[in-house]
Design a binder for this molecule. Structure first.
Ligand SMILES: [Zn+2]
Length: 291
């Protein structure tokens, strides 16, 4: 599953290429990948211009001139590939051969053709991803968005907001809370382990045992870990490459994730891996003491 930095990289790339292009035609071969009524597609997608590509948590939002948006979730194996008539190509998402091969192929489920002849291919081997057309006014109301916590990189989001949200669940282990998308949006296994190492917090620490100073450190760690990951092109985590098809390099900079048996760069102790909240969890047993 991609995390926030990987999807942000896709968004950034598409936002350079798509705005200003007008949708001429949409084809799909799998209803669950494109669960939209034909009348809505004809009224609000065909003929509409892409105005902007934004993101909420791990969903990409193509804002259209029709006051509607095409919301896309890549899930486990989705990818978006943009190809223009001069064969400029820009692929992002699951790094299968479809990123560079001839399209459409057997993983292609939706093709959006723009008036200038360029195309956006939505490929998804496992078919869990989707593209939903929704009126802008309804976006905040749909369940998927309603359940989401705030964006950690939003400027309005402060360490005090994080504290307030965590305090609702004093007996929860901090890592479980970070993975919970209703507490904070977009953080998964990689960036929770990295943030907790950076803030010197044991992942199993109960929230009621975290003093304000630690929550503040965690907030700062989370922001800088996410920013660094975006700058480095995301983690790939085997499934993701950046918008130009380059592999992300963040894992080269990771301090604990998938580094069990290697030394902690801060204290030299061996990194260990435990199970927590059903997930492989990486930590330094010396820097991250359980309190
Ligand atoms: Zn250490």
């Amino acid at each position: 599953m991609p995390e926030l930095p990987e999807v942000e990289i896709v968004r950034y790339g598409l936002n350079v290429l798509l705005p200003g292009r007008t949708v001429e035609k949409v084809e799909f071969n799998w209803r669950k990948s494109f669960p939209n009524a034909d009348t809505d597609v004809n009224n609000f997608l065909i003929g509409a211009k892409v105005e902007e590509v934004t993101r909420r948590a791990k969903a990409l939002i193509l804002k259209l001139s029709s006051q509607n948006s095409l919301v896309t979730h890549l899930k486990m194996t989705g990818q978006l590939v943009f190809v223009d008539k001069k064969s400029l190509r820009f692929g992002a998402g699951h790094p299968s051969d479809s990123l560079i091969g001839k399209l459409p192929d057997k993983s292609t489920h939706v093709i959006i053709t723009f008036k200038d002849g360029s195309k956006l291919f939505f490929n998804d081997q496992r078919k869990f991803g989707w593209m939903r057309l929704l009126p802008n006014a309804e976006l905040p109301q749909i369940d998927f968005f309603k359940k989401l916590g705030p964006e950690p990189l939003n400027k309005d989001f402060t360490w005090k907001d994080l504290k307030a949200r965590l305090n609702h669940r004093p007996n929860t282990k901090i890592k479980s809370a970070l993975l919970d998308q209703s507490v904070i949006a977009g953080i998964g296994n990689i960036y929770s382990d990295e943030s907790l190492w950076s803030a010197k917090i044991h992942p199993a620490t109960q929230i009621c045992n975290l003093p304000d100073t630690k929550i503040k450190k965690l907030y700062q760690a989370m922001v800088s870990v996410l920013m660094l990951a975006i700058e480095k092109g995301g983690s790939t985590d085997k499934n993701y490459v950046d918008a130009e098809g380059r592999r992300g390099s963040y894992l080269l900079f990771a301090n604990v994730f998938r580094r069990e048996g290697q030394v902690c760069s801060r204290c030299g102790t061996l990194i260990i891996k435990i199970r927590l909240a059903g997930r492989g969890t990486h930590l330094c047993p010396k820097c991250q003491r359980l309190v």
